[in-house]
Design a protein around this ligand. Structure first.
Ligand SMILES: [Cu+2]
Length: 676
């Protein structure tokens, strides 16, 4: 344990006055995949999560966070309050204190301290908050700029972020009516607003743009969530006049001041990869870095640039991106090739206690993480929370950067690599895939294929590995796995995989393939497909009534869903040996399945589903394991599926859960089998 943490921990225990936890990660996906050879490392060996106590009467559903001078942290909440938190570092063993600065705001989802003032984005306006009489409470709420609302619940607004020209950037969410719609002006847009309230509609095509920020160069990136016209989460570089992909906001593109040239009729709904469509539709922007859905998040949120403030290990110049649904943080390395950003997303730290929305640097370089689960499920179980991520100064063995080359990749590491495992083809696995661009919600993984490695060279200092790779594809994600690689000290990588989005091939020299660097036996092209077939689900999905049920089923059960990740029944009761016909209706607007599992195994099955990775969707997110009795397929909104099975002979309290990633923690019930 980190020495200072231990000191504080002991101090708290001795004082006995505060609830203090070091939250351990709930799952350790990367570690679980590693084999036993080599020393494995854990995220908590390098990065500690500390929990800030929250005053009991404060529902701190964090919408925005910013630091004030004197190390005070200002937090705005969905409930419309602004709290100022003193001593967030809990110095001298004292708890933080909370002071209400402003209230009565309309769903405040963004807060920033700019040039001596607090600015807050409410649902309908950008507001400046001032304490004129110096009593510590805001008494002037000044509208800087406002926009219309339809009243739709999904018209969230976020910001402001200051751009390099001192404009305040605000993002407006689309409304939701079974699909995303811009029901009132400028929803689906990124707006730039001057300090004196002049607005420029800067870009559109945004869907649910909760997170955005600048990199070291001052370029703007925004994080998008999977949804209609969005195959998977991503971060994308936004420039004036860009269209990011969801056409709903284009209805305002002809309004005065609009910088966007495209119109709704220009956008084809063909289901081709977005990169292909963008070749024909100038102005359509494709992601700088795709985040594969359910593997590296399900709902990207805040973006935090490492900048000059952070202290998180040797990742200077990179971005950290939060995830609301999976309560974790990803790390992104960006490079600009031929004027276009692209790069690699890696796992970084999981195990936070609620849904992450905001991250800020503290003055000591630690990362403050503000959270709310907002009635939606997050892997972290708490409704809201405030935690702090502290690096203990030890360097994990990680891929620091991955850069494209004309004929492959060059990977730079944080520590010297072991040459033997680096040169061994079985240490590596690279494949590519992409998503469909269409009006439907999300996308399956499409066009998955292997990328055979032809040559491997290790740099003289053992800090870099150059791979010559076949079948790299523009616009695709490239999964790079290095499970067998060891450091010179025989450590496994802390995270042995990541996803590189290739938008441009760089110029430059190809590596000559020599007898020395040539790979001996390459991975067969269909290796990955065979993997998948091996893992294909067995018959736990009995969707035909057995022929010998001549009198039909003994029990007919119908179960549905309710909003907020719930089944519409908490218990289902059958008799041992009953012939059961069960129909599951998905009347929600998200994806769900229905899985019956052995007593007490809901967490085990749910966690196994999370680890399915790219294969998850093909298996309906149902892991193949003996604990799973029966399941339906994964249902899109309004779909249903019926299964036929004979109830267990042995009475007991089984469980039913939805194993769609992130849902199992709350979406569950009891399947009771009584004696005959
Ligand atoms: Cu579900």
């Amino acid at each position: 344990m980190h020495i200072r943490t231990k000191y504080i921990l002991l101090r708290f225990i001795s004082i006995g006055m505060l609830y203090w936890t070091l939250v351990q990660p709930q799952t350790a996906m990367a570690q679980a995949r590693q084999d036993t050879a080599g020393h494995s490392q854990k995220e908590e060996d390098f990065y500690q999560i500390m929990t800030l106590p929250i005053r009991e009467d404060v529902a701190l559903e964090v919408g925005g966070m910013t630091f004030l001078p004197n190390d005070q942290l200002a937090v705005c909440t969905r409930h419309g309050e602004v709290w100022i938190i003193s001593n967030p570092y809990m110095k001298n063993g004292l708890p933080p204190s909370y002071r209400l600065f402003a209230q009565g705001l309309h769903e405040a989802l963004g807060l920033n301290y700019i040039k001596g003032d607090l600015y807050c984005t409410q649902r309908s306006e950008l507001t400046r908050l001032r304490d004129l009489d110096g009593d510590g409470v805001a008494d002037e709420y000044k509208t800087i700029y406002s926009w219309p609302l339809s009243g739709n619940y999904h018209e969230y607004a976020y910001g402001p972020v200051l751009d390099r020209d001192s404009n305040m950037i605000v993002n407006l969410n689309l409304g939701w009516i079974g699909y995303g719609e811009s029901l009132s002006k400028w929803h689906g847009w990124m707006l730039k607003i001057t300090m004196d309230g002049k607005m420029k509609p800067f870009a559109t095509g945004l869907r649910s743009p909760a997170g955005f920020g600048l990199n070291d160069q001052g370029d703007i990136f925004y994080a998008e969530n999977q949804g209609d016209w969005v195959g998977s989460g991503s971060i994308t570089h936004v420039e004036e006049g860009d269209f990011m992909g969801n056409p709903a906001g284009l209805i305002w593109a002809g309004e005065p001041g609009s910088t966007v040239k495209l119109r709704k009729k220009d956008i084809p709904d063909s289901g081709e990869p977005k990169y292909e469509v963008a070749k024909r539709v100038p102005g359509l922007k494709t992601p700088s870095v795709w985040f594969p859905h359910t593997i590296l998040g399900v709902s990207t949120s805040g973006i935090l640039n490492y900048g000059s403030m952070g202290k998180m290990g040797p990742f200077e110049g990179q971005l950290f991106v939060g995830d609301q649904g999976q309560s974790k943080i990803m790390r992104v390395y960006l490079e600009k090739v031929k004027g276009v950003y692209q790069g690699m997303v890696f796992p970084f730290r999981e195990g936070f206690n609620s849904g992450i929305l905001r991250m800020n640097w503290g003055s000591d370089g630690s990362m403050f993480v503000g959270m709310t689960s907002r009635g939606w499920s997050s892997t972290g179980p708490a409704l809201y929370g405030l935690q702090r991520l502290v690096w203990n100064g030890k360097t994990p063995f990680e891929m620091r950067t991955v850069q494209a080359r004309p004929d492959g990749f060059e990977i730079e590491f944080t520590q010297p690599v072991d040459e033997k495992t680096a040169r061994d083809i079985s240490s590596w696995k690279i494949s590519s895939f992409t998503y469909m661009y269409h009006h439907e919600y999300g996308s399956p993984v499409i066009n998955q294929g292997g990328c055979p490695i032809r040559a491997i060279a290790v740099s003289a200092d053992h800090m870099k590995i150059r791979l010559v790779v076949d079948s790299m594809k523009l616009g695709y994600l490239h999964e790079i796995r290095a499970e067998g690689l060891r450091s010179a000290e025989q450590f496994t990588l802390l995270h042995n995989y990541g996803y590189y989005t290739l938008n441009r091939f760089p110029d430059g020299a190809k590596m000559a393939i020599t007898a020395e660097n040539r790979v001996q036996s390459s991975v067969p092209e269909h290796h990955h497909m065979m993997d998948m077939e091996k893992k294909a689900p067995v018959s736990r999905h009995p969707n035909k009534q057995p022929a010998d049920w001549t009198k039909g089923p003994d029990r007919v059960i119908t179960i549905g869903t309710k909003p907020g990740l719930k089944f519409d029944q908490e218990t289902i009761t059958v008799k041992a040996g009953d012939r059961v016909k069960l129909t599951f209706h998905n009347n929600d607007d998200m994806l769900h399945n229905f899985v019956i599992a052995m007593p007490g195994t809901a967490d085990k099955v749910g966690e196994a589903a999370l680890k399915l990775g790219l294969n998850g969707e093909k298996q309906y997110f149902v892991p193949v394991m003996k604990e799973v009795l029966y399941h339906t397929i994964l249902l899109h909104p309004k779909e249903s599926d019926t299964i036929y099975f004979t109830a267990p002979e042995k009475p007991g309290s089984f469980v039913f859960i939805c194993t769609y990633p992130g849902h199992y923690l709350v979406m569950r019930g009891i399947f009771i089998v009584t004696a005959r």
